[in-house]
Ligand binder design. Structure first.
Ligand code: ZN
Length: 182
């Protein structure tokens, strides 16, 4: 699909600011997130929304069915999210507490509301394609840091901006061609 898009651009003689290979290298391999205690898979980076450094949370749009959402609404007394209401997320397999689903928050935590926030200290992760070697099992030690996930977000934004620029250029070219035709 990238190739077809790129060929379309080249047909119109538009200089590419980012090559397809560069785009592929900018898109990180996906991560799988696991319960740190029993290693069941609780989510993946396709669902990733944001990180919160202060609360040490990785926030995802959805989790696997192995994660249980508590029935009791809790109110936080922590200085980082005082008064916020949340449900506790835990691993159905081993009962480890994994994080929170915020229902109400302070304004500064709006981006977490209604989503599933995993405590980075309660999970392990594995990045697909990074640790497989002949005769070895995948390493589970390489939990992505919050800053590395933030870096990935910035790279993805760069890719999206690049595509946006290309589309804008194509639209301008098309408008010019239509003007010439009439
Ligand atoms: Zn578990």
């Amino acid at each position: 699909m990238l190739g077809t898009f790129s060929e379309g651009i080249q047909e119109h003689g538009i200089t590419e600011s980012v090559s397809n290979n560069e785009i592929i290298s900018l898109v990180p391999n996906p991560f799988v997130f696991q319960c740190k205690n029993c290693r069941v898979i609780v989510g993946d980076s396709f669902q990733w929304v944001t990180n919160n450094e202060k609360l040490n949370l990785i926030t995802l749009q959805a989790l696997t069915e192995i994660v249980e959402v508590s029935a009791i609404l809790m109110i936080s007394k922590s200085l980082e999210d005082p008064g916020s209401a949340f449900y506790v997320l835990s691993c159905k397999s081993c009962k480890t507490v994994l994080g929170r689903k915020y229902i109400t928050t302070l304004c500064k935590l709006d981006s977490l509301r209604g989503l599933y926030s995993l405590d980075a200290s309660s999970i392990e992760s594995y990045q697909l394609g990074t640790s497989l070697q002949d005769g070895e099992r995948p390493s589970l030690e390489n939990l992505p840091t919050l800053s590395s996930l933030h870096l990935q977000q910035l790279k993805m934004e760069q890719v999206i901006l690049s595509f946006n620029e290309r589309i804008t250029d194509l639209e301008e070219d098309l408008a010019m061609l239509e003007d010439l035709a009439f």
